[in-house]
Design a protein around this ligand. Structure first.
Ligand code: AMP
Ligand code: ZN
Length: 461
């Protein structure tokens, strides 16, 4: 099936044909590791994990090379290290581990390669040297800068041109830069900066600029021209524009054939920001909700559209997923079907249409119910296999229905246990109205209480 992807270069859906189907290359800009990831940061990781799964399904598991980097040297990390008096590696190792654990909680597959910026400094120096040699870069008192005026098609990804930048004057103009849009390839070390963030270079001791980190990791691990480069929409300009400028001027070849950008995640209609106090960390959300519910909520909208993160969205995702697990439960014992994931693959092949893929998952759940109602074992086995295959593509239904039924976070289970116990107590006190009220309250959440000789138990429907 042909995969069609919306290419920011060209601003249209295009047929995706890899350069080499036996080595399909994908790069996603990863986190700067100095604090916990918020749910917005998880959006590109989850969305492009679905792309990774789709590419593996289409070209073969071993044919896809997916690199998602760790930015472990950057101004914000240095600031944090100085502020806290903590060694840089302690900060970066800690937050990289947390990031990966959080993503694992969202069923995100590990990428094929996770390059760390500090392990690729030589390549950054090499590319900078090439740019200096070719006349695309110049040395100023604070570092080495890329000269955007030297590149004919600078701005082609974002559609901005150099004049726009000047008119907007959003980039601080310094006397050092020839043009406000010029950006640092190499930054000279300043007094008091930690040794762990300082390397030698032909121009002086210092560290790479942020953009060159990705250019170098891509060149080292994936190649000069890659198939797909992806990231959040905020990275389109200046980050991706500058990656293109460096890589293409150094290598004389296109950097990436497809550029994909995910839309932003907002909080209850507002931009997520520290000043508004509405930043939700993945780490905290995972304590309150099953990871698959968060994942389903992230995939409920199309990746290019903005996604409004609300309590309602999470409740809905939880209800839907609960229904699907309920259907899976009914066909769980029916082994032996031959999976057919065509409909989900088709939806995803149309520019990662996850809303349609999720609708298909719900349709398969209905089919499972019908097969179970008809007591048709062959049909049940088929429904089970189809549900699991569709779930595999989306990174959902990774638990057994049993695990799901009692799953969720420990807090959540404790809360339900307490309510179930409160109902038992109410019944013993012959307060039947209260007992019924608790039962109804839990029923609204899709939780059924079962009274038996051993006492009361519960399950999620
Ligand atoms: P950062 O660590 O800030 O470079 O961000 C890591 C990734 O998260 C980038 O791909 C950003 O585009 C993405 N990102 C940051 N904030 C949001 C948001 N609110 N919604 C969606 N993606 C975001
Ligand atoms: Zn990048």
């Amino acid at each position: 099936m042909t995969i069609r992807l919306h290419n920011t270069l060209g601003r249209e859906k295009q047929d995706f044909v890899p350069q080499d189907p036996s080595r399909v290359t994908l790069y996603v800009c990863g986190p700067t590791v100095y604090n916990y990831a918020h749910i917005g940061n998880a959006r590109p990781a989850v969305v492009f994990d679905v792309l990774f799964r789709l590419l593996r399904r289409t070209y073969g598991e071993d044919a896809v090379v997916y690199a998602r980097n760790i930015t472990d040297v950057e101004d914000k990390i240095i600031a944090r290290a100085l502020e806290e008096g903590t060694p840089i590696p302690e900060i970066t190792n800690k937050y990289a581990d947390i990031y990966n654990a959080d993503l694992a909680g969202l069923n995100v597959l590990p990428p094929t390669i996770e390059p760390w910026a500090t392990k690729n400094i030589d390549r950054m120096v090499e590319i900078t040297q090439t740019l200096v040699d070719k006349g695309y870069a110049y040395t100023a008192p604070s570092g080495v800068f890329f000269d955007v005026a030297k590149m004919d098609d600078y701005g082609k990804l974002s559609g901005r041109n150099i004049e726009d930048n000047e008119a907007g004057a959003r980039v601080a103009v310094s006397d050092e830069k020839r043009n406000p849009a010029d950006f640092a390839l190499w930054k000279f070390a300043k007094e008091g900066e930690p040794e762990a963030a300082i390397w030698d270079s032909p121009w002086g001791r210092g560290r790479p600029g942020w953009h060159i980190e990705c250019s170098a990791m891509i060149a080292s691990h994936l190649g000069t021209t890659i198939d797909i480069h992806a990231g959040g929409i905020d990275l389109q300009f200046p980050h991706h524009e500058n990656e293109i400028a460096q890589s293409e001027c150094a290598h004389g070849a296109p950097m990436a054939r497809f550029w994909l950008h995910n839309g932003f995640l907002d909080m209850e209609g507002e931009k997520m920001s520290k000043s508004l106090g509405n930043v939700k960390l993945v780490h905290d959300l995972l304590e309150q909700w099953p990871g698959e519910v968060l994942r389903m909520a992230l995939l409920s909208g199309h990746y290019r559209a903005p996604l409004d993160w609300t309590r309602d969205l999470l409740e809905q995702a939880k209800t839907t997923l609960g229904r699907i697990y309920g259907a899976l439960q009914r066909v769980w014992e029916a082994d032996g079907g031959t999976a057919n994931d065509t409909a989900v693959v088709k939806a995803l092949s149309d520019d990662l249409n996850t809303p349609i893929a999720l609708a298909e998952l719900s349709r398969l759940a209905s089919e499972a119910h019908q097969a179970a109602d008809a007591d048709d074992t062959a049909r049940m086995a088929q429904a089970r296999a189809d549900l699991l295959a569709a779930g595999q593509m989306l990174g959902l239904l990774r638990q057994s229905p049993e695990e799901w039924a009692h799953g969720g976070s420990d807090d959540e289970i404790a809360r339900i246990d307490a309510l179930v116990q409160a109902r038992v107590d109410a019944r013993q006190a012959k307060n039947f109205a209260e007992a019924d009220r608790i039962r109804d309250e839990l029923a609204k959440e899709g939780i059924e209480i079962m009274d038996g000789p051993q006492g009361s138990t519960w399950r999620r429907n």
